[in-house]
Design a protein around this ligand. Structure first.
Ligand SMILES: Cc1cc2nc3c(=O)[nH]c(=O)nc-3n(C[C@H](O)[C@H](O)[C@H](O)COP(=O)(O)O)c2cc1C
Length: 180
């Protein structure tokens, strides 16, 4: 009898579940083709101030003004973010070290600003201070929506992220919002 692939797998219990890894790797590689900016979500938790680097930032709604970040359940920030105000700090091209600092590779402590509802980082390209709006299940992540209560931006090149690499998006190529 010719074994089906399922029976084959059952007959080889020594093969660990990591046979799925190439697919996961390919999924990540496919996701990596979507170029993004880089942001840091900052907020005061119960016991400490948190910062977490993200590229899952998305604008959601103009009225009310809502933005979204997707936070992995495995992170320290995850459980503490629920119900708390936070800031999304959008990074400039020269702020790669800051991105790494809040992604598990700490360097010098950055300069903080006490915002209206949440702490934020000094001299970022743009920021959105948010009150908590909603949190939705997102598998091994949670989608946190915030209502923007304060925001601003400066001029400068943007920090980009594509296929696991940082890149620079020159201000000259950022376009002019009035033309959209
Ligand atoms: C460019 C970049 C983008 C990232 N995007 C996300 C993201 O969208 N969501 C997330 O949960 N983690 C993301 N991470 C990973 C977190 O920054 C990283 O796991 C961090 O160390 C978690 O911090 P914590 O456990 O102290 O909260 C990203 C990391 C990098 C470098």
């Amino acid at each position: 009898m010719i074994a089906t692939p399922k029976q084959d797998a059952a007959a080889r219990p020594s093969i660990p579940p990591k046979v799925l890894r190439p697919r996961e790797h390919h999924f990540r590689g496919s996701l990596g083709r979507f170029a993004t900016g880089v942001a840091i979500v900052t907020f005061d938790g119960v016991t400490k101030r948190h910062g977490i680097t993200v590229n899952s930032f998305t604008s959601v709604s103009m009225e009310p003004p809502l933005v979204l970040v997707s936070i992995a359940r495995s992170t320290k920030a995850h459980d503490e973010l629920e119900g708390r105000p936070f800031t999304v700090n959008i990074l400039g091209a020269e702020q790669r070290a800051l991105a790494l600092h809040f992604a598990g590779k700490p360097s010098d402590e950055p300069a903080w600003i006490e915002g209206e509802v949440a702490p934020r980082l000094n001299n970022v390209l743009a920021f959105f201070e948010c009150k908590p709006w909603a949190a939705y299940d997102g598998g091994d992540h949670t989608l946190y929506l915030g209502e923007v209560v304060d925001f601003n931006y400066r001029s400068g090149d943007a920090l980009g992220f594509a296929n696991s690499n940082f890149t620079t998006i020159p201000e000259s190529q950022l376009g002019i919002e009035e033309l959209l």
